[in-house]
Design a protein. Structure first.
Length: 207
């Protein structure tokens, strides 16, 4: 975002500098024409400045035109789009439907990212949550800690006050109430050894 604002400021400064160069070019050309007609340099530049009305005033007028130009461009583009919609309604419906699907998909993805990555988990003191992982030697990637590790760290009074574990695989079989049941995901907000029944993402603590 900082780079975007920097680019906007750079573009604004570039336009201002280009405007000043353009105005000074025309002012110098007019002064040159007046000198060729017989006026000395000082008088010619003074007369040219009077005719132009001053660079500052002209620059302000151009800035005012820039501020309203985008409204004119938007209106022109909108009218052109309406003409295209009337000429080919089938294409227009397809384009609008594609835009709606794209916007909806992006909104759904952002909702998931916002809930998973940006917002804090709905637990007490979420700022104290940490992810326990082992640093694997020989350049391999880190490995997640086992729930036993979390239990030992908790019971030893080190690092953590409590722990919970979660499987990262997609399909598992777990024996619950005497039968094996397929699960797509399990999130246990306590040690897995304390879970009595787990089914379809719902967990119940053992009595």
């Amino acid at each position: 975002m900082r780079n975007v604002f920097r680019l906007i400021r750079w573009r604004r400064n570039w336009k201002e500098q280009a405007l000043e160069r353009e105005l000074r070019y025309h002012l110098d050309r007019r002064a040159t024409d007046l000198m060729e007609s017989g006026l000395d340099e000082g008088e010619a530049r003074r007369q040219a400045a009077i005719e132009f009305g001053g660079l500052a005033q002209v620059q302000e007028q151009v800035r005012d035109a820039w501020r309203w130009r985008w409204l004119h461009d938007v209106g022109r583009d909108f009218r052109y789009a309406l003409r295209l919609l009337r000429r080919s309604p089938a294409f227009s419906i397809t384009a609008v439907a594609s835009l709606a699907l794209g916007i909806g998909a992006n909104t759904a993805v952002f909702t998931v990212i916002d809930a998973v990555l940006l917002k804090m988990l709905p637990v007490g003191r979420p700022q104290e949550l940490v992810l326990l992982r082992w640093a694997v030697p020989e350049g391999r990637g880190p490995s997640g800690a086992h729930w036993i590790d979390g239990s030992s760290w908790r019971e030893g009074g080190r690092l953590v006050g409590t722990s919970f574990s979660y499987p990262t695989f997609q399909q598992i079989q777990i024996r619950a109430t005497g039968e094996a049941r397929p699960l797509s995901a399990v999130f246990a907000f306590t040690d897995l050894r304390d879970i009595g029944v787990i089914a379809n993402g719902e967990a119940a603590l053992a009595a």
